[in-house]
Design a protein around this ligand. Sequence first.
Ligand SMILES: Nc1ncnc2c1ncn2[C@@H]1O[C@H](COP(=O)(O)OP(=O)(O)O)[C@@H](O)[C@H]1O
Ligand SMILES: [Mg+2]
Length: 227
Amino acid sequence: MEIIKLENVNRIYSNNGAPYTALTDINLSISKQEFVVVSGKSGSGKTSLLNIIGTLDKPTSGLVSIFGDRISIKNKLALSYLRHQKFGFVFQVFNLIPALNSFENIEYPLILAGVNSENREERVQSVIDELELNDITSKKPYQLSSGQQQKIAIARAIVNQPEIILADEPTANLEPDSRNEIYRIFQKLNEERKICIILSTHDELAFPFAKRMINLENGLITIDKVN
Ligand SMILES: Nc1ncnc2c1ncn2[C@@H]1O[C@H](COP(=O)(O)OP(=O)(O)O)[C@@H](O)[C@H]1O
Ligand SMILES: [Mg+2]
């Protein structure tokens, strides 16, 4: 089942009035249960592409549909609702709240979503068990390694039970061992929870985890192949 569709998508930024084309004529169809690794050098357009898929940005031209819904006809509120319902975001920087411990950081999106405290506790604990984070739940971000912080950020991204995870260079700040650990977590979420994973990186360690590889060069898709 196709859940993401991009048709003839272009993204042109304006650099002090001078147009800069970051994405050129992107055509892409992504189904449920895919694990897509988007590779490409710095500046190739990975973030631009993920931002458009995640409805954080709109294309300059072309069509984007998420779960069959045309994005361009949605108003801001409907778009934000769709984003919170369907997507979990993981970034290179972890963006954890320094004053909150791990449990509270993971819980935070549920508070925003208005989930009552009993249900919150249950859902946070189930994610903690799933990702084996029990020994660090009471620690604050400054007491955690970078790899542990990213695991908390992933837990926070899945606590709302998204159907798609967009991970933009999630391992750029990590050592090889923790990079592999993070990829294994995404693999587990893909296989067990059937979450669609779209992960951008230039780390070759990630490539064996991909079910599908997409490579970008100067805003163009140069490779799109199933592993
Ligand atoms: N907001 C912006 N305004 C102008 N140019 C941008 C903006 N965002 C990205 N770019 C340019 O678009 C190109 C692609 O950027 P990006 O999608 O961030 O690539 P990547 O994530 O692969 O490093 C780069 O040349 C970048 O400098
Ligand atoms: Mg980027």
